[in-house]
Design a protein around this ligand. Structure first.
Ligand SMILES: Cc1cc2nc3c(=O)[nH]c(=O)nc-3n(C[C@H](O)[C@H](O)[C@H](O)COP(=O)(O)OP(=O)(O)OC[C@H]3O[C@@H](n4cnc5c(N)ncnc54)[C@H](O)[C@@H]3O)c2cc1C
Length: 284
């Protein structure tokens, strides 16, 4: 018995280890979530595959099908990426607010999503960019839209022998603008009580496309699709500003927990979305 630790240098090696190693097999990226869990409940058998030395997982680049972000990109790499700042700025804002500098330099986007927390800061900005999760195993590759990748509380569509290799996201369209805001006890080091990301594509004052995503407001990070549909085609008018907050409040399913109450979460989610639309209408 005992835990065997394998350090993978390439993606192919990691996939082979994942398929062939003594179970249970666990993937370790930055370890900022896993090591906290292991302090409470340390593993005593199986294999740990360390992913932090695999260059293919750290790539951030523009591809014909979208912007590609490797699962091993750290929050610091996201925060400092000029490409992401220009094309998916809400991801940069969110990464800049994850934990403190130490967590940002080791924690990864793949670990943030695979950990399957409804409060994961990177989930809402990925959802508004229509992110696809790119998965690989020795059997091949699969792409799954992030909004269906979440199956339920702490449950994701990750099959045996698979790992997340990256995310494909849609770059900001001309006329597009993004917003991300998280409310916690403090801006950093704190898990979100509520987080909201929005992407609106405007033609003058008319909303052509809307994406609204919410964290800590249901058992999974979720898109407010009914509110998005309602917003599309509308002008940024006083009536739109007044109504959008209520539309968002109608789709959330928050709970009471140690960080906040369901009532506060529902109220503040509507206000954050309304505030963003209001600031756009005012030309800020
Ligand atoms: C002090 C502190 C502050 C924090 N603050 C925040 C915060 O403000 N916001 C926030 O969202 N989070 C926060 N976190 C949580 C954590 O840092 C992030 O979720 C981080 O992004 C996790 O990434 P990681 O690489 O460290 O994951 P790991 O701990 O290495 O892994 C987490 C889980 O993901 C799995 N995994 C990792 N990589 C892959 C992969 N490629 N494919 C499949 N599964 C994989 C692991 O097996 C494990 O189950 C904080 C944590 C700490 C300790």
């Amino acid at each position: 018995m005992g835990v065997r630790v394998e350090i993978a240098d390439t993606l192919q090696q990691a996939l082979r280890l994942l398929a062939e190693s003594e179970p249970p097999v666990r993937l370790l990226a930055g370890g900022t979530d896993l090591l906290v869990q292991w302090r409470r409940d340390p593993p005593d058998s199986g294999t740990v595959i360390v992913l932090g030395h695999i260059p293919e997982l750290q790539v951030i680049e523009a591809r014909p099908e979208g912007i590609y972000i490797g699962s091993g990109a750290t929050h610091a790499a996201l925060r400092d990426s000029a490409l992401l700042k220009a094309k998916v700025p809400a991801i940069v804002t969110a990464a800049s607010g994850v934990g403190g500098r130490q967590i940002q330099s080791t924690g990864t986007i793949g670990g943030n999503i695979a950990n399957a927390s409804p409060a994961a800061d990177l989930a809402p900005p990925l959802l508004i960019a229509d992110a696809q999760v790119v998965l690989q195993s020795v059997r091949g590759e699969r792409k799954v839209p992030l909004d269906t990748f979440y199956r339920g509380y702490r449950e994701i569509d990750l099959r045996e022998g698979e790992m997340i290799v990256g995310f494909l996201v849609r770059p900001l369209e001309p006329g597009g603008v993004e917003f991300f805001r998280k409310l916690g006890m403090r801006s950093a080091h704190a898990i979100a009580k509520v987080s909201v990301a929005m992407r609106l594509v405007l033609e003058g004052r008319k909303v052509c496309r809307a994406r609204i995503a919410l964290g800590s407001l249901a058992e999974v990070p979720l898109r407010a699709e009914e509110a998005e549909k309602w917003l599309e085609g509308r002008e940024l008018s006083r009536e739109t500003i007044q109504e959008i907050g209520e539309r968002v409040r109608a789709v959330v399913r928050p709970i009471d927990d140690i960080r906040s109450t369901a009532r506060y979460r529902r109220w503040v989610a509507g206000n954050l979305v309304r505030g963003f639309v209001e600031s756009l209408a005012a030309g800020d």
